[in-house]
Design a protein around this ligand. Sequence first.
Ligand SMILES: [Zn+2]
Length: 149
Amino acid sequence: MNISLPFPDRITPQMLLDEAKKARERSYAPYSHCRVGAALLTRSGEIIHGCNIENAAFSPTVCAERVAIFKAISQGATSGDFVAIAVVGGTGSDTAGAFPPCGVCRQVLREFCDPDTFRVVLEPNREDAEPVVLLLSALLPHSFGPDFL
Ligand SMILES: [Zn+2]
């Protein structure tokens, strides 16, 4: 279910995946060894990195996607500023295949992103395939958001 909405500033889904891989290099995952990177694209063309940051107490662990969106919000971004996020992850040295956001991150993205236009970019499961581009609404159908309150 790939969609083909244009990306701003000539940023392609593959370029955003490459940025997510750079972000993954800063992952702090000494417990699970599952390293995750995210690259959040804003309407102005800025790319904000996030990586997962684990904690010995486990519960305070934060996913890469939430790190990226919280960084953006703390730097002054607001709802509607976001175009797409690429996510990569895995326990090996390389990433391989789709690594979709967890349910909590999908809900956090829903808070700040239009589910009918915001795109989530994943690596394809076949090496010779194109990146997978999904709408947030496909990953979190019938979602609850700020418009309900
Ligand atoms: Zn998550």
